[in-house]
Ligand binder design. Structure first.
Ligand code: ADP
Length: 490
């Protein structure tokens, strides 16, 4: 089958470089879309970890002065990924996080680092890769988050006419920079307007993308709705509202090959809820949690998350007694905000045998936690899509989630109607509300006391589709519409 060409532009791509769900989606979409007849080449920055992981990379283009920086473009395959890697040592040859200095601050030249990525994307869109008959040139350009959102501006300036789709994974990050940077970033002064990329006197990369992309998408239908409201739109709700007819909510999927309890090499494999028992024993031991008696009679809950205000882990600290009082336990893996890290380490000291905390980033441990847990807690204040509740469904680890964004779209609350219909897969609660979370934890403990019912819910969860089967055709329909229809007048 001839693949229709798409260029994706992103700052992260799993498994090469990841700080969150964005990377998982950018890494998984190419394989899912190949089955739909769309061949995605993904442009990412050449961070040291990316360059080190490439084998057989070839130089396909030189950019002697990309926004003033010498750079070259490498092409390489990595598993199912067809990568274009922007090798610009002055911008990307820095170890650690893609965005932060070793001291945890944004790099001061992040605007230039990602503007250069966008500029390269626009040049690739215009000129393609290769020469003659074998030249590859995208029909559609798919941008992910603010780091890629200046592409439409540069494409217009360079005379590249393909349609762009911008996917917003998290509107909390705007990519703001000072007006005085217009020249350094080679951005047109004429577009520094209310309808362009001006935002309260600053340049907003994300706003440039929202205004300039033909289509917008975000990673769940509920988050799409939420983005139009001031509580969630983070100051861009008006801009989003002006473009609601172009906005699509398409749920993320997970890689069901990597997240498969029947074949997962990190765990004792299982296909039914009772098969989780060996993993649960191992997890309790690993986190130093009680294994018998009243202290272990409740559900073993897990959390795997970035420790940031978004994730609501401070609310969980307040609600924790509702779980531990009933013999429930909690194993937490995460890192981020120092204050939260310390508060959770203290909670572990205060609740020996009931609460275990690991600060760090550990994929293997995350797999063992989903296999061994009875429930996964996701008390986020907002959550564009969320992936950990999907892993929970897949592993029969019931999600207890705030009713927001993609969490609201993927978990069926165990209310009386859903229980009677036999379709419940978890528990949902009001977001940003510690008493509501307490109530949800109490409900979890009550459900867990009824072993047969709990096992039924786990079976429902494990049957729930969490891959790309529903969403890949929706992206394909969008790509097709963009590529085949001329731009409608705005
Ligand atoms: P976000 O993108 O806001 O961080 P998501 O739920 O969409 O939230 O994606 C988070 C991803 O990062 C998931 O794949 C999750 O398992 C993973 N993750 C987060 N923190 C850790 C950690 N400390 N160790 C291992 N994996 C983690």
């Amino acid at each position: 089958m001839r693949m229709r060409p798409v260029l994706a532009v992103a700052s992260e791509c799993a498994p090469l470089v990841k700080t969150g769900g964005l990377a998982d989606v950018v890494g998984a979409l190419p394989q899912a879309m190949a089955a739909q007849g769309w061949g995605i080449r993904t442009l990412i920055p050449g961070y040291p970890a990316v360059l080190a992981a490439l084998s057989g990379a070839r130089v396909v283009q030189e950019f002697p002065a990309l926004l003033g920086q010498p750079a070259r473009l490498l092409a390489a395959r990595h598993g199912a990924l067809d990568l274009l890697v922007l090798d610009a040592p002055a911008l990307y040859a820095r170890d650690g996080s893609p965005y932060l200095t070793p001291a945890g601050r944004d790099w001061p030249d992040n605007d230039l680092r990602f503007a250069a990525l966008c500029r390269a994307g626009a040049l690739i869109a215009r000129d393609g890769i290769g020469k003659g008959k074998s030249r590859w040139r995208p029909e559609v350009v798919h941008l992910h988050d603010w780091q890629a959102a200046l592409v439409p501006v540069y494409m217009r300036a360079l005379g590249a006419g393909q349609p762009c789709i911008l996917t917003i994974h998290n509107i909390a990050f705007h990519g703001l920079t000072a007006h005085t940077r217009l020249a350094a970033l080679d951005l047109p002064e004429a577009e520094f307007t209310l309808d362009g990329f001006e935002y309260y006197g600053h340049i907003s990369a994300l706003k440039a993308g929202i205004a300039g992309a033909r289509a917008l998408s975000t990673v769940s239908p509920t988050y799409a709705q939420e983005l139009t409201r001031p509580e969630f739109g983070m100051g861009l709700e008006g801009v989003i509202r002006a473009r609601t007819s172009a906005l699509h909510g398409i749920l993320n999927g997970i890689d069901t090959g990597v997240w498969n309890p029947a074949t997962d090499p990190a765990i004792t494999p299982y296909t039914t809820p009772p098969g989780k028992a060996a993993n649960k024993r191992a997890l309790r031991t690993e986190f130093g949690l009680a294994t018998r008696g009243a202290a272990a009679r409740g559900p073993l809950c897990i959390v795997v998350a970035r420790m940031s205000d978004q994730k609501g882990l401070d609310l969980l600290l307040d609600a924790l007694p509702a779980l531990t009082r009933r013999g429930g336990q909690l194993a937490m893996l995460g890192s981020g905000d120092r204050k939260l890290e310390n508060a959770w380490l203290q909670a572990a000291r205060d609740n020996p045998g009931a609460v275990g905390v690991r600060i760090g980033y550990d994929e293997g441990l995350a797999h063992r936690m989903f296999a061994g847990g009875d429930a996964v807690l996701v008390p986020s204040r907002f959550e564009p899509c969320g992936l950990t509740q999907l892993y929970g469904l897949r592993y029969g680890t019931l999600p207890v989630v705030a009713r927001t964004g993609g969490l609201a779209d993927t978990v069926i609350h165990a209310n009386a109607a859903a229980l009677a219909a036999g379709v419940a897969t978890g528990i949902t609660h009001r977001p940003d509300d510690a008493p509501a979370l307490e109530f949800a934890l109490a409900q979890l403990c009550a459900l867990h006391d009824d072993r047969r019912l709990y096992t039924r819910l786990q079976r429902n969860a494990m049957k729930h589709p969490v891959g790309w089967e529903a969403s890949a055709p929706r992206y394909a329909a969008l790509y097709t519409r963009l590529a085949d229809q001329p731009e409608p007048p705005r």
